[in-house]
Design a protein around this ligand. Structure first.
Ligand code: G3I
Length: 373
């Protein structure tokens, strides 16, 4: 009798275990990419670690939630052309293969940017040498991936906050027309790839006016530009919804696809907006600049959720003109905002927490769609 009771208990325990394992495999959260399937692509930026599929938890989440990928760093020129004329496509090719295998699109980021250039470029002082680098880099890289990726951020961050041209090495040595020339070269090398201008704060009126005039110059030169990327590095409680809406409408009226390309919402103290990597803040000993080391208070968590909800309601209102929303990273632990503008902070700017669990902001984003149905 005792033996048969023990056997029954054993069977019940086994059944409970099997059922529990099964439940673990059942998806518990909705998916962003499926929720917005008829509205816009939903993307994320991947670090080298994730491209190499070293992190299986991240990998599962990426496959479940996103349908377009941007390389956070490895398609920048310092990685693709580390020595003059010597290209290294190992990781970039891996990203393209990974996306193909998982039925995802890829956006190349970025062909021409003043930052993260190979060191030898910063030493160039004459126009001809820079022109050689510029032409060879764009032509080699853009043609390699033509037909394999969806689009390129051809030029990144060419503008100052007041809408004038940033005094980058390209502007100084090649002149103002370098932006149009970059698009002309990309168009020749990649006829089957979409071509974008990408920048932060270009929803702000002065910088927006600068971006519009830059775009019009490209168009008037008869050169193709398909879209504009508003990066979307915004701040909690201070999301510029009105400026974002005006910008979507104005950029779309130029015949462009509009994309939000590097979305995250800053929760830590910072006395400037945007994403200029040269800006830094000095860390103090106290927690003034790093207040949430041991967790996010509920009220702040809720604020983040409300900000994301407001953003997605706005994006849905303009879904006919928006083709893609890309988050700048997969989870909070991996975000660049833990290291910039002050190192070693604990930030919470994304929809998934450090354990890859969906945050309240995730459910508000999904809810923004559901309330419309
Ligand atoms: O490659 C070195 C590595 O050799 C070294 O061991 C390691 C030690 O810190 O640093 C590595 O370089 C880091 C690089 O990312 C690649 O991982 C840099 O320190 C780090 O500053 C750099 O940050 C990137 C930043 O661009 C550089 O400008 C961020 O990850 C990336 O998220 C950020 O992305 C930019 C977009 O491309 C353009 N828009 C703004 C956005 C945020 O700055």
């Amino acid at each position: 009798m005792k033996t048969s009771t023990q056997s029954i208990i054993l069977v019940l325990v086994l059944l409970a275990f099997v059922s529990c394992q099964h439940q673990k495999q059942v998806k518990t959260s909705p998916s962003l990419k499926n929720t917005f399937i008829n509205d816009f692509l939903i993307g994320t930026a991947l670090s080298a670690n994730q491209i190499e599929e070293k992190d299986s938890v991240a990998d599962a989440l990426i496959r479940e939630q996103f349908n377009v990928l941007t390389a956070e760093n490895i398609m920048k020129s310092m990685f693709l052309q580390p020595a003059w004329g010597k290209f290294d496509f190992t990781l970039a090719d891996k990203l393209v293969e990974y996306s193909k295998k998982n039925n995802m699109a890829v956006v190349g980021h970025t062909l021409i940017w003043h930052s993260q250039l190979p060191r030898y470029v910063y030493r160039i002082t004459d126009k001809d040498s820079l022109k050689d680098f510029f032409t060879n880099h764009i032509t080699t890289v853009a043609s390699r991936y033509d037909g394999k990726i969806l689009g390129w951020d051809v030029v990144n961050e060419a503008l100052n906050e007041d809408g004038t041209m940033r005094g980058s090495i390209f502007y100084k040595l090649l002149g103002e027309d370098y932006v149009t020339e970059a698009f002309r070269l990309a168009q020749q090398a990649a006829p089957n790839t979409e071509l974008y201008y990408n920048d932060y704060n270009i929803e702000q009126p002065k910088k927006r006016a600068g971006a519009i005039s830059l775009i019009k110059k490209i168009q008037e030169a008869g050169v193709r530009i398909d879209g504009v990327g508003i990066q979307g590095h915004w701040h909690a409680r201070r999301i510029p919804l009105q400026e974002i809406e005006e910008s979507i409408v104005e950029y779309a009226s130029l015949g462009l696809k509009v994309m939000i390309t590097e979305l995250d919402v800053e929760l830590l103290p910072r006395n400037f907006t945007g994403a200029d990597i040269s800006e830094r803040m000095k860390m103090k000993d106290d927690l003034t600049l790093n207040p949430y080391v041991s967790g996010l208070p509920d009220s702040v968590q809720q604020q983040l959720a409300n900000d994301y909800e407001a953003l997605f309601k706005l994006f849905l209102k303009h879904k006919d003109n928006i083709t893609r929303i890309t988050f700048w990273g997969v989870n909070d632990g991996q975000s660049w905002l833990n290291g910039w503008p002050a190192p070693g902070r604990t930030n919470y700017p994304l929809l998934f927490d450090r354990e890859f669990k969906p945050k309240p902001a995730f459910y508000k984003v999904i809810g923004a769609k559901e309330t419309l149905n």
